[in-house]
Design a protein around this ligand. Structure first.
Ligand SMILES: Nc1nc2c(ncn2[C@@H]2O[C@H](COP(=O)(O)OP(=O)(O)O)[C@@H](O)[C@H]2O)c(=O)[nH]1
Ligand SMILES: Nc1ncnc2c1ncn2[C@@H]1O[C@H](COP(=O)(O)OP(=O)(O)O)[C@@H](O)[C@H]1O
Length: 198
């Protein structure tokens, strides 16, 4: 299908991906659509099934993977996560820019597909600030927090690999990070907005 290029947002848990993408989707209503992933983790307060994630059991997820329903899937912090073909197709069918919020394993797997997205890494200014933000978010147990911090160290290192990302954005000041994100995507945003004028 020929449509706008999707966007992959990745980066450590707590770096600010959800905060930034929610703002983007709100400001550019009718331009972006979120790829709703499947996960086996429990919903957090306020999260909606089918909107934030499709919350499923390991059994359901395994069966979906076996029957080829997923573009990519990964194990993160003790839970399974994956992008179904339907999640991306649903957004692209509306001619919207599809945003995927996935981890580094997902990035490596998407690179082997023909999706051709814009790859953006969101990073916190330091491990200390990342830990503080994650603790203040109050969504994780100590065990899950430690797993996320270990994954974050690896993510921070890999994100520096030359050529892996179209943009690496340090989310220190939120306004600045949001402006940089918009700048990285402006060409695709304008294309979609122009196509609506025809
Ligand atoms: N590979 C992959 N990673 C995903 C997917 N959905 C979410 N993730 C990643 O899983 C990690 C944990 O997500 P989540 O439990 O929502 O925690 P949070 O990122 O701390 O809010 C994050 O790095 C997400 O980007 C997916 O479909 N595939
Ligand atoms: N620039 C920022 N300055 C301070 N706090 C931030 C900033 N960006 C995000 N946060 C906060 O940090 C926490 C983690 O952000 P979140 O968007 O949930 O990260 P992610 O989706 O990458 O796991 C949230 O509580 C969010 O409100």
């Amino acid at each position: 299908m020929v449509g706008p290029r999707p966007v992959v947002l990745t980066g450590p848990s707590g770096a600010g991906k959800s905060t930034l993408l929610k703002r983007l989707i709100k400001e550019f209503e009718g331009v972006f659509g979120f790829s709703v992933s499947h996960t086996t983790r429990n919903p957090r307060p306020g999260e909606e099934n089918g909107k934030d994630y499709h919350f499923v059991t390991r059994d359901v997820m395994q069966k979906g993977i076996s029957s080829g329903e997923f573009i990519e899937n990964a194990e993160f912090s003790g839970n399974m996560y994956g992008t179904s073909k339907a999640a991306v197709h649903d957004v692209q069918a509306k001619n919207l820019i599809c945003i995927l919020d996935i981890d580094m394993q997902g990035v490596k797997n998407i690179k082997r597909t023909d999706l051709n997205p814009i790859y953006i890494s969101i990073q916190a200014p330091s491990m200390e600030i990342l830990e503080k933000r994650l603790r203040d978010r109050k969504t994780e147990t100590e065990e899950s927090l430690q797993k996320r911090l270990s994954a974050a160290r690896i993510d921070m290192e890999i994100s520096q690999e030359p050529g892996l990302f179209d943009a690496v954005i340090i989310n220190d000041d939120l306004e600045e990070a949001y402006s940089k994100l918009k700048s990285a995507l402006i060409v695709e945003i304008v294309k979609v907005q122009d196509s609506r004028k025809d």
